[in-house]
Design a protein around this ligand. Structure first.
Ligand SMILES: *[C@@H]1O[C@H](CO)[C@@H](O)[C@H](O)[C@H]1NC(C)=O
Ligand SMILES: *[C@@H]1O[C@H](CO)[C@@H](O)[C@H](O)[C@H]1NC(C)=O
Ligand SMILES: *[C@@H]1O[C@H](CO)[C@@H](O)[C@H](O)[C@H]1NC(C)=O
Ligand SMILES: *[C@@H]1O[C@H](CO)[C@@H](O)[C@H](O)[C@H]1NC(C)=O
Ligand SMILES: *[C@@H]1O[C@H](CO)[C@@H](O)[C@H](O)[C@H]1NC(C)=O
Ligand SMILES: *[C@@H]1O[C@H](CO)[C@@H](O)[C@H](O)[C@H]1NC(C)=O
Ligand SMILES: *[C@@H]1O[C@H](CO)[C@@H](O)[C@H](O)[C@H]1NC(C)=O
Ligand SMILES: *[C@@H]1O[C@H](CO)[C@@H](O)[C@H](O)[C@H]1NC(C)=O
Ligand SMILES: *[C@@H]1O[C@H](CO)[C@@H](O)[C@H](O)[C@H]1NC(C)=O
Ligand SMILES: *[C@@H]1O[C@H](CO)[C@@H](O)[C@H](O)[C@H]1NC(C)=O
Length: 500
């Protein structure tokens, strides 16, 4: 017996075992549909609901889909996983097709027939991601070209040159979101290229093979608010690459390992940017002009952009103009010191400064970061935390400080952090912890202390709060003598007893 379970739109995929009774999941979600047992005699539970998600552990044929559509004449939304058809024709859809949202995911679609969806004139959203589409015919969507807002063709084999949908400007004038992530795109055609909509707000070109994009291309869509170009092979970002995108809020050009130059005025006009990700570009020397105009930035990812301490003064100037910043990652850059860098970052909530060659923190490093909730400074060379360093970061919930050279933890330094939930001090040189170290840290849920020395038993004085879920003992991986192993085993036993 072949069985299909249909569950809520936002509910996890359920794979039905054929021996089980059919599964319904109505939950409290609106627009929830039905469950159908689908077998050779094709018995459906009729439904007057409008949304159907068909998830199956068997492949669904085009006739199966046709049958579903016939049995659910009011369907507005259909999602099919594991379709085994490589195309569809207009006769596969009912003549009074009411679909607004059609998703055929992880299927075998190879081509989209011209006018194949001609009966469905109301479609606003199409998602054909994870198929084998190589080209997209401009007539594939013609019966709803003025209503289609979202088109997801990610994870296919699409190439601009063989898809004539990219030659007719405004063939889909209502389109706001176009996802071409993970296809075979390597360059825009030198001539005759057009975006199907000049009203696009969101464009995803990530995981393709672009090495350059002509300066004129992206500026053809000044309406753009989100642009994703990560994981390509881009080599440079020119002054005018994004210069027409004045409404852009999110830009991700991260993981383009080959970007060896970003023009210092590359983002000059993108003053609406709230999220900028240039992870793993080669910037080498950070120019002030590159980022100071972006005063609306909230989220800035500069991981591994190959800058060193010669960029520190500029980084300071940049951060003092980006006062709205909530999230900052400058990990993997050898800047060596953070003195005075964050004095204006009053809104910062998450700060990642892993592997930046830090040897020392000063007492007022985090003084003005009163909203900070997460600090991550793994893989540096810190030997201690200055006494008063956390005096103003009283909302800190997460502290990652693994793989440093910290040997001492002072109770007075940490005891203000009453909101702390997660503390990772693994891989340091901690030899002991004061008896009352954890007394005031009542919200701690996770403590990681493996790969330290921690030879005193005082750690046992830790108040076992009921919220504690993980306690990595100090002795994990500790390469100790047999007697130590025995005493460690006793300690572990004692800890276990304490926590039951
Ligand atoms: C098909 O499903 C119906 C219930 O919907 C069931 O009564 C019938 O036995 C099933 N047929 C087969 C061949 O499994
Ligand atoms: C389309 O399907 C993919 C999964 O293949 C999913 O990640 C995405 O959110 C879906 N919706 C849209 C609008 O892209
Ligand atoms: C593009 O589609 C892929 C796969 O469906 C999805 O994972 C990704 O989040 C989408 N991109 C955007 C910007 O929504
Ligand atoms: C970088 O460019 C070289 C050739 O210039 C190429 O071989 C390599 O695959 C590219 N790397 C990435 C990550 O794109
Ligand atoms: C920046 O982009 C890279 C590549 O997509 C990703 O791995 C990283 O998580 C992004 N950073 C943020 C803060 O989203
Ligand atoms: C994306 O880029 C990152 C960094 O270059 C790389 O580690 C990762 O493997 C890439 N992912 C894919 C799927 O290519
Ligand atoms: C940068 O670090 C080097 C040592 O790695 C040091 O000699 C130099 O003075 C530092 N420069 C600045 C501007 O801090
Ligand atoms: C910040 O960058 C570091 C180093 O690449 C990485 O390990 C960490 O996951 C990043 N933080 C976030 C939240 O992505
Ligand atoms: C904190 O901010 C004030 C201005 O609001 C500034 O005068 C002071 O130097 C900053 N303190 C630190 C330690 O950065
Ligand atoms: C923590 O332990 C101390 C004694 O070691 C005790 O006075 C205190 O009440 C304990 N706190 C909690 C929350 O259990």
């Amino acid at each position: 017996m072949k069985k299909i379970c249909a569950v809520g739109f936002f509910v996890l995929t359920i794979f039905c075992a054929s021996t089980e009774a059919f599964i319904c999941d109505y939950k409290d979600i609106e627009n929830i549909h039905t469950c159908i047992i689908f077998n050779t005699s094709s018995t459906f539970v009729q439904s007057d609901k409008e949304v159907l998600r068909v998830v199956s552990n068997v492949e669904i044929s085009i006739d199966d889909m046709k049958e579903i559509l016939t049995n659910f004449p009011k369907l507005e939304s259909l999602e099919i996983l594991n379709g085994k058809f490589d195309s569809y024709r207009s006769s596969d859809f009912p003549s009074s097709c009411l679909l607004k949202n059609l998703q055929i995911l992880r299927g075998q679609l190879v081509s989209l027939a011209s006018s194949g969806l001609s009966a469905c004139t109301l479609l606003t959203s199409i998602n054909f991601s994870y198929n084998k589409l190589a080209s997209v015919n401009k007539n594939a969507f013609d019966s709803f070209q003025s209503t289609l807002k979202t088109l997801n063709l990610a994870d296919n084999k699409i190439d601009f040159t063989t898809s004539d949908i990219f030659t007719t400007s405004n063939s889909l004038p209502a389109l706001e979101s176009l996802n071409l992530s993970s296809n075979e795109l390597s360059s825009f055609p030198q001539s005759g290229f057009a975006f199907p909509s000049t009203n696009l707000k969101k464009l995803d070109l990530s995981f393709n093979k672009f090495s350059t994009i002509a300066n004129t291309i992206l500026n053809l869509i000044p309406s753009l608010e989100e642009l994703y170009l990560y994981n390509n092979s881009m080599t440079e970002i020119s002054e005018t690459q994004f210069s027409g995108l004045t409404l852009l809020k999110k830009l991700n050009i991260g993981n383009n390992n080959n970007i060896s130059s970003i023009h210092k005025d590359a983002f000059k006009n993108n003053i609406a940017l709230e999220v900028l990700n240039i992870t793993r570009s080669t910037v080498t020397k950070l120019e002030k002009e590159l980022l100071t105009p972006l005063t609306k930035l909230q989220n800035l990812d500069l991981q591994d952009i190959k800058i060193d301490n010669s960029s520190i003064e500029n980084l300071k100037d940049i951060l003092s103009s980006l006062t709205d910043l909530k999230y900052l990652n400058i990990s993997l850059n050898k800047i060596g010191s953070i003195d005075g860098i964050f004095s204006s970052s009053k809104n910062l909530v998450e700060l990642y400064i892993n592997e930046i060659g830090l040897e020392k923190l000063s007492e007022n490093s985090f003084d003005n970061l009163t909203k900070l909730e997460v600090i991550s400074l793994n893989k540096n060379s810190l030997e201690s935390f200055p006494d008063n360093i956390f005096k103003n970061t009283l909302g800190l919930k997460v502290l990652h400080a693994s793989e440093n050279k910290i040997s001492q933890l002072k109770t007075s330094t940490f005891e203000k952090l009453e909101k702390l939930e997660y503390l990772d001090l693994s891989g340091n040189d901690i030899k002991g912890i004061e008896k009352n170290f954890f007394d005031k840290l009542k919200n701690l849920k996770v403590i990681k202390m493996s790969n330290n020395e921690c030879l005193n038993e005082d750690i046992l004085s830790f108040n076992s709060s009921s919220s504690l879920s993980k306690f990595d003992k100090c002795f994990d991986d500790y390469n100790s003598s047999p007697t130590l192993i025995i005493s460690n085993a006793l300690l572990i036993l004692a800890l276990l007893l304490k926590f039951v």
